[in-house]
Design a protein around this ligand. Structure first.
Ligand code: PMP
Length: 295
């Protein structure tokens, strides 16, 4: 992904894409002292930009470092990077990491860097096609207890088990893997949160050991606007078969119907389709209109 045209924002400057390289002794590489975001720009507007920026700053603080830019500056840098690359529909990837001044575990003297890359990301499939749904297997790895890892941070180190789980899913012919938490209750997929239609109510795991996704919260708001009751609770693995519909929610996944979880079939239906269409419409509104919608 490094050999392409474009500009990457790096510590306040624009660097040609191919030249955006860092030193091999960066602390972030050796000890995963790095945090990132995944955002999407639709029709020229980055959806819920400030929420992503705040989460980025907070992710760094959870790992014990302060990203040396204010939220307003990071927002402006994201917008400018999209513009500079001539894109309107794009994925936006800010990443912050500790530099190479120290190479031990201790890193108080390292500098903290921030880079922002963007790449084209349009809508690939229409609603009808996506309503077929994706297939999930059970992940071989579990989400750690919040005292075992900084689970509220979008920290790079937490994605190690995500990559291994995703590979296991793909090796088995599945689209993605569903991860349980350390107790064996339902958590999330490798890159999105999960929802179940149970008796007309939307049930979703309480985000105590995984990322409380911005899409997740948005979808909960949209569901409430449709008078669909939303219940956040502990969901046991054995309960999943009781659901009539299942879908994933995340910045990249948007609302993605699920048609199978490890041998149990589901038929994506009305609730999924309603929220999928609603979400698609919401992301295309201006930030002011999004705020007015209150979801
Ligand atoms: N869980 C994980 C592990 C993720 O990587 C993501 C994507 N950032 C999500 C959930 C969904 O979060 P969001 O809706 O904020 O993109």
């Amino acid at each position: 992904f490094d050999d392409r045209d474009g500009w990457i924002w790096w510590d306040g400057e624009f660097v040609p894409w191919r030249e955006a390289k860092l030193h091999v002794l960066s602390h972030g590489l050796h000890y995963a002292s790095a945090v990132f975001e995944g955002e999407r720009c639709y029709s020229g507007n980055i959806f819920k930009l400030r929420e992503h920026t705040e989460r980025l700053l907070n992710s760094g603080r959870i790992l014990g470092f302060e990203i040396p830019w204010a939220a307003e500056e990071i927002d402006a840098a994201c917008v400018e990077t999209v513009r500079r690359n001539g894109l309107t529909d794009a994925y936006v990837r800010p990443i912050a990491w500790r530099g190479s001044e120290e190479i031990g575990v201790a890193a108080q003297l390292t500098s903290v860097h921030l880079a922002i890359a963007v790449w084209e990301w349009g809508a690939y499939f229409g609603v009808e096609q996506r309503m077929k749904g994706v297939r999930l297997c059970m992940a071989p790895w579990r989400r750690p207890h919040p005292s075992t890892a900084p689970t509220a941070s979008k920290a790079t180190g937490l994605y190690m088990i995500g990559t291994m789980s995703k590979h296991a899913a793909m090796d088995g012919g599945y689209d993605d893997a569903l991860m349980l938490d350390w107790k064996g209750d339902v958590a999330e997929s490798t890159g999105a949160n999960i929802f179940f239609n149970m008796g007309g109510e939307l049930h979703t795991p309480t985000p105590v050991n995984f990322l409380d996704g911005i899409t997740r919260r948005t979808v909960m708001g949209l569901a409430k606007q449709h008078q669909i009751k939303v219940v956040e609770r502990t969901i046991a693995e054995a309960e999943m078969k009781d659901a009539s519909e299942v879908f994933l929610a995340g910045t990249a996944a948007e609302v993605t119907p699920v048609r199978e979880i490890a041998g149990h079939s589901f038929t994506p239906g009305k609730v999924t389709e309603t929220l999928m269409r609603d979400y698609e419409a919401l992301v295309r509104l201006s930030p002011e209109e999004v705020a007015k919608r209150g979801a």
